[in-house]
Design a protein around this ligand. Sequence first.
Ligand SMILES: *Cc1c(COP(=O)(O)O)cnc(C)c1O
Length: 308
Amino acid sequence: MRLDALHLNTPLLRAAPGLFPQAEVWLKMDALQPSGSFKLRGVGRLVQQAAQNGAREIVCASGGNAGLAAVYAARALGLPVTIVLPETSSAAVAEMIAARGAQVLRHGAVWDEAHRFATSLAEERGAAYVHPFDHPMLFEGHASLIDEVRDQGLDFDAVVTAVGGGGLYSGIVQGLQRHGLHQVPVIAVETVGADSFSQSLQAGQAVTLPAITSVATSLGARRVADEALRLAQVHPTISLTVSDAQATAACARFADAMRVLVEPACGAALAALSAHPEVFARFQRPLVEVCGGVAVSVAQLTAWGACA
Ligand SMILES: *Cc1c(COP(=O)(O)O)cnc(C)c1O
């Protein structure tokens, strides 16, 4: 079995001049992971560990980037993989996942129901369940992006990241802490309508959103992981929101400047630098996690009104 990491050490690029109002911005290009997003970092680690512990099958409830990462990792290790989708996810998503070699099952009206079904299915079959955002091994795997940037010697003074369920945020904080970077703030960005982290921090307790109303569906966790809320109390964290229009416009600007397409989920992080200049005034060298995502196309960006 493969023991080396399943994810790539992605390029660390300086942002093209004029892309952001700030002079020096660095981009960790996780959009270039073979599964299309950073998710492979944590999911790859989790699947590999499960295989070492004797798992014979992988099960994941996600029609998005976590599901794709689970399929990629399971196939790389030669394990069968079952992806559970809610009835509401599109036929196109089901086909894309099946084409990559997974069995697709449909269960439940929403993700929470698909998730409950998938966890009991995994237990029944002795399979390993891959949670999309809440598992210590995911945080551990996502932290590798900070290891890579530190190995390259970049001296950044803030990390900008999108937040969905908070797995990526938790991994970044873990990575900073293990490199002694306790003073480097994480700027955690959501779109309005998918802002469960921001609302929870304001309320001082976990808030469950009644619904997700943003086009940034990969940020659409109705409730964030407890670990993310715990870490926000111990690590300097600035929570920001941007509008859907700001996020999609940032995707189009990024595509023009860097020639890479990313989802609005990722566009949220990119948009923050021009949407909140007052926050970024105190940083000289921010690092942006370009988390990527496959649910985007030129036609889709145009339909969102991002390509004026
Ligand atoms: C999953 C995902 C996120 C959010 O990550 P969390 O760990 O859920 O916070 C952001 N962007 C993309 C493209 C994703 O796939």
